[in-house]
Design a protein around this ligand. Structure first.
Ligand code: NDP
Length: 347
């Protein structure tokens, strides 16, 4: 069983060499008396929240990885990197799952996994879409876009919406949801290719490359001369600071993530937080985990949008388990164009 293992805690930007490929042996049957499943991993998801888990810090909403830790069921098999993925059940000791079922949820970065926390797995009912979509559009990032936009931003037709990291797994969907509602939508991204994608594929009204803007405040004023009603924040830092002064009265900010800060030992200061008071802005942080009760409604909505051609989804597919470390660290330099997925095996 090939596995990707974290070598040690990481400071600064993560590197491929922070992970290693290891081979271990593993039985493909669930051990007697264990209520778990053995799965064959098909697709793995690379997600920015995996970066905070590489730090030796407890007390956040996710526990850190423990480099070098062993599986509880074994005296010599190391735990691989853990993340969201799509897998096929090979053997089951759980009455709710059977051999051949396709599932998505928390799995290991390895060819085969024994998953005992089966409550974290969702059975895949709709297989007439690419299965990799359950790492993105129809999985955790899709739910993040859905809950973070509709629940946190209370959007209304005609409002002005700004999305950062807009071409990524979450951002591309937020922008398309906002357009479907009849909002004016602008996105920022880090390359010309991504800016073109936002305007030409996802139907954003405008988009700009934030790396080419010397003055973010001036850039926002160019696209939002009358201000921003809704900011879907994926990046934090300087962009958030520039957005605050450009918010309209009673605006809403969905604080989804702060990727610009994840590799810093100490977060940079935001200078304009007083705007929350003077402009009566609602800025709300959220964790997608609190919204999974909406999953059936979300799946209905998004599957119909997809099948009616109302939304599209762009993925960046890396081939093979060996390519997973590079794919993960690429998130922090913007190498990925769209949702970063790793193909481990075909069904
Ligand atoms: P993406 O697919 O968007 O990949 C990350 C992108 O972030 C990169 O491609 C890059 O795009 C951009 N980026 C990287 N470094 C920086 C930087 N220093 N400044 C600005 N942009 C940067 O990731 P996701 O869509 O999966 O995640 C987006 C955000 O949502 C993250 O902050 C993540 O932590 C958060 N999130 C929050 C959840 C929640 O429950 N609250 C759940 C899921 C995700 P570019 O080339 O445009 O710079």
């Amino acid at each position: 069983n090939k596995q990707i293992i974290f070598k040690d805690y990481v400071s600064g930007f993560p590197k491929e060499s922070d992970m290693m490929l290891k081979t271990s042996t593993m039985g493909l049957k669930v051990p007697q008396g264990v209520k778990g499943v053995v799965v064959k991993n098909l697709y793995l998801s690379c997600d920015p929240y995996m970066r905070p888990r590489m730090r030796d810090f407890r007390g956040s909403y996710v526990e850190p990885f423990t480099p070098g830790s062993l599986y509880s069921y074994s005296v010599d098999v190391m735990q691989p990197v853990v993340g969201c993925g799509v897998a096929k059940v090979l053997d089951s000791g759980d009455p709710n799952l059977k051999e051949g079922d396709l599932v998505w949820g928390m799995t290991g970065w390895e060819e085969y996994s024994l998953i005992t926390a089966t409550e974290t797995l969702f059975k895949i009912q709709h297989t007439d879409v690419p299965l990799s979509y359950y790492t993105g559009l129809l999985g955790m990032p899709g739910m993040t876009a859905y809950a973070g936009f509709y629940e946190i931003c209370s959007p209304k037709k005609g409002e002005s919406v700004f999305v950062s990291a807009a071409s990524g797994a979450v951002g591309q969907l937020v922008g398309q949801f906002a357009k479907l509602l009849g909002c004016y939508v602008v996105g920022s991204a880090g390359t010309k290719e991504k800016v073109d994608l936002l305007k030409n594929k996802f139907g954003f009204d405008e988009a700009f490359n934030y790396k080419e803007e010397k003055d973010l405040d001036a850039a926002l004023k160019r696209y939002f001369p009358s201000g921003i009603d809704i900011y879907f924040d994926n990046v934090g830092g300087e962009m958030l600071d520039a957005v605050l002064v450009n918010m309209r009265l009673c605006g809403r900010i969905s604080v989804c993530g702060l990727i610009s800060q994840y590799n810093l030992d100490k977060h940079e200061g935001v200078h304009n937080l007083v705007c929350l008071v003077t402009k009566r802005i609602r800025m709300e942080g959220f964790l997608v985990a609190a919204y999974f009760h909406l999953y059936p409604k979300f799946l209905d909505t998004v599957l119909s949008y997809l099948k009616e051609g109302k939304i599209s989804y762009v993925e960046d597919i890396a081939e093979g388990l060996e390519s997973a470390p590079a794919a993960l660290v690429g998130l922090f330099s913007g190498r990925n164009v769209g949702k970063q997925v790793v193909v481990v095996a075909n069904e």
